[in-house]
Design a protein around this ligand. Structure first.
Ligand SMILES: [Ca+2]
Length: 278
């Protein structure tokens, strides 16, 4: 066996350990990605990501001010690093808030309906620390929230062995979102290594994955009677680490700072054959 063949086999093994099996890989065609491999200290690529900045709670009674400073968000060591800091910071609104962090989005830069969206991440875990990888319908500017739809691929609220995947839409938003709680296999945690968090969607079907494990499959039958399925249009991507909020609660003396979310990559796929049934 030549070295080249050995190398090719090793590469296949590596691909298969990153959350997508080889049979899955043949089903999907990569259409957008950010590998976050730029020079250490650089901000996210402005051609791919914009910032949400400021405070005010973001509708969730959060405590942080989001900034676009490298101290809160930068590429380093091949990862995007979002860092939540305990520091008093006064934003443009003139209010001093006790924490800073970052929230980036592909709004007006990239959105897609259907396909597979995945991120390989190591999460921060602590009381009141709320990392998330999620999507909003790109018609939010015209129809508003929650009519635009929200797909929360991964949220963590301070439990190292547990994540949530949730749909929000009209009539089932906020605390009434259609949520799935996923407990990791015994002994596994989200904050000491990388895992792949993914969603696969097709008309009237959304499936959430942790590594290669199915967390939940959603269809219009899962919604409250008469509620509208609002996921058959393009969505943009969001990555953030919130500090505090009505759902996760608030930092206490057990919460260490800084808290860092590491994102090795975000990749978006379409079906390899557009006509292929999902
Ligand atoms: Ca990377």
């Amino acid at each position: 066996m030549t070295a080249r063949i050995l190398y090719a086999l090793a590469a296949l093994v590596l691909v298969s350990t990153h959350g997508m099996s080889q049979s899955d890989a043949s089903r999907w065609k990569l259409v957008w990605s950010d590998e976050f491999n730029a020079v250490d200290g650089t901000l996210p690529d402005p051609a791919k990501w914009g910032f949400d900045v400021g405070g005010g709670g973001w509708g969730n009674k959060e405590l942080e001010s989001y900034t676009s400073r490298p101290t809160n968000v930068q590429q380093r060591g091949g990862n995007l690093v979002i860092t939540a800091l305990k520091e008093e910071y006064t934003g443009k609104d003139g209010f001093a808030r006790p924490y800073t962090s970052a929230r980036i989005k592909t709004k007006e830069l990239f959105s897609q309906a259907y396909g597979r969206i995945e991120a390989r991440m190591q999460l921060p875990v602590g009381k009141g620390i709320w990392p998330a990888f999620w999507m909003l319908g790109d018609d939010i500017g015209s129809v508003g929230w929650p009519k635009a739809g929200e797909i929360d691929i991964m949220e963590n609220i301070g439990e190292a062995g547990r994540i949530y995947s949730t749909l929000h839409g009209p009539g089932y938003s906020g605390a009434n979102g259609i949520s799935a709680k996923y407990d990791l296999p015994a002994g596994e945690v989200v904050n000491t290594g990388f895992h792949v968090y993914a969603v696969e969607s097709s008309p009237n079907n959304i499936r959430f994955y942790f590594d290669d494990k199915l967390i939940a499959e959603r269809t219009p039958a899962d919604l409250p009677a008469g509620a509208k399925w609002v996921y058959d249009h393009p969505f943009f991507l969001i990555l953030n680490v919130a500090v505090g909020g009505g759902w996760p609660g608030y930092p206490d003396e057990t919460t260490a700072f800084p808290q860092r979310m590491l994102v090795d990559y975000v990749r978006v796929y379409k079906p390899a054959k557009e006509s292929q049934s999902q």
